[in-house]
Design a protein around this ligand. Sequence first.
Ligand code: ZN
Length: 89
Amino acid sequence: MAGGWARDGAVSEQIEDSIQDELSRMKARRQPVGESLTHCAECEEPIPEARRAALPGVKLCIDCQQERDSAYTQRGGINRRGSKDSQLK
Ligand SMILES: [Zn+2]
């Protein structure tokens, strides 16, 4: 009778759970914990004090951080773009 309906709800709840899980994992990855470095761990450029104050535990200069961020964005972006396309068509 109304069985299919309840099952749909349970499935989307599960999907939301795993999205939340993935999001919190990504957030954890983006917020390094520990002591801020005075110089970038990758290229050894000095990290500006304002950046160190704004990002506790920062290990990379702006350039290296942006490179990493864009690598993550690319990975997530492919999926997002794909599902947007299929919604529009
Ligand atoms: Zn750097």
